[in-house]
Write a protein that binds this ligand. Structure first.
Ligand SMILES: NC(=O)c1ccc[n+]([C@@H]2O[C@H](COP(=O)([O-])OP(=O)(O)OC[C@H]3O[C@@H](n4cnc5c(N)ncnc54)[C@H](O)[C@@H]3O)[C@@H](O)[C@H]2O)c1
Length: 324
């Protein structure tokens, strides 16, 4: 039976996507070194604990399974760390992608979906950001994703390897059945940090309230992780029929400020959430909002669960009962 190989499938977005693929009857095999991922997050799929740098290990997985496509989530994802230690980001994110692509070509697998990011656009010159916006990343994390996109274009031309680059905006929320959610260490994402304060006390740092936005705090486009999951299935199905590769933004087209997120979390949790206003962080653009109409037009995909209230409610239910 055809199998979709999912790298990083024990991580946050990967695990939700594996669950959606399995709901749709698509067989998967997860490859994850569990550096950030959790075995408990891999539902309904075999898990191979292999590092992507281990080419022999990868080859064995390709040989053992009838792999017809690859979804590549595994990556180092901390922007700040990528600035202080770019070597590791280029070696891991780029090096591992090249190893994976080599294994694919050797085994005749020509369908690839990349977890890309709005960070490939850098500081936006217009908002909302559509896919034709110039890509000019401002940190090594974003650069690694941008370079992989460029490499994929060459591999398509030369080897007929078809790909979809999905440029996520801010992934958030947890599965509506409360079986999966976000669990990073350290946690850098706003919504889980806010909810951890609601649960455990402390305060939330807000980085800057003097931006040119209605309430002075940064605006981001939050996309529910289960909407990301359905987009991967749509991209995989599209690649079956498409004779070309493409890139799509995944967002809602609606931005929420940091202060709006905190206020929504206060309402959902019924708890006090103290904030500490600090200085701006270097490299934080005032607003990042997607124009995601292309994904609707071509993939037939639209966000369905990404109301801020739904995102915060599902994340809160997860925070209260997290399994890992
Ligand atoms: N979370 C977001 O808001 C967001 C936004 C844009 C893009 N992305 C991209 O989406 C992807 C998934 O993000 P996430 O938030 O689920 O991250 P995550 O850290 O939860 O998941 C990544 C998974 O990859 C695994 N992994 C890392 N290096 C590996 C290696 N060398 N070999 C095997 N497995 C390895 C980790 O153990 C982890 O399970 C990443 O590529 C990230 O850059 C995420």
């Amino acid at each position: 039976m055809d199998t979709c190989l999912v790298t990083g499938g024990a991580g946050y977005i990967g695990s939700h996507t594996v669950a959606e693929l399995s709901r749709r009857g698509i067989r998967t095999v997860v490859v994850d070194n569990l550096s950030e991922g959790h075995p408990e997050a891999v539902l309904d799929s075999p898990l191979e604990e292999v590092d992507l740098g281990d080419e022999d290990g990868l080859s064995r997985i390709f040989e053992k399974n009838h792999v017809s496509g690859v979804i590549h989530f595994a990556s180092l994802c901390y922007v700040g760390e990528s600035v202080t230690n770019p070597r590791v980001y280029f070696e891991q994110n780029l090096g591992n992608a090249l190893t994976l692509l080599r294994a694919m070509l050797r085994h005749g697998v020509k369908k690839f979906i990349l977890s890309s990011t709005c960070a490939t656009y850098g500081d936006p010159i217009r908002v909302p950001i559509d896919e034709s916006h110039p890509q000019d990343p401002v940190n090594p994390y974003g650069e690694t994703k941008y370079f992989i996109e460029r490499i994929l274009k060459d591999y398509d031309r030369a080897y007929g390897l078809r790909f979809v680059a999905l440029r996520y905006f801010n992934a958030a929320g947890a599965s509506r059945d409360n079986r999966l959610g976000e669990s990073h260490d350290p946690e850098t994402h706003l919504i889980p940090r806010v909810l951890q304060v609601a649960k455990n006390g402390g305060s939330v740092d807000v980085y800057g309230e003097d931006y040119q936005t209605p309430d002075g705090s940064c605006i981001r486009d939050y996309i529910h992780v289960e909407d990301l999951a359905t987009a991967h299935v749509a991209a995989l199905e599209w690649l079956d029929g498409a004779k070309r590769s493409d890139a799509f933004n995944l967002g809602t087209g609606h931005g929420y400020s940091v202060k709006e997120v905190i206020e929504t979390a206060r309402v959902v949790t019924g708890r006090d959430i103290p904030v500490r206003i600090g200085p701006r962080r270097a490299g934080d653009p005032p607003a990042l909002v997607a124009d995601a109409r292309k994904a609707d037009r071509i993939l037939g995909w639209k966000a369905a669960y990404s109301e801020l209230r739904t995102i915060v409610e599902t994340a809160w239910q997860w925070e209260l009962k997290r399994r890992y």
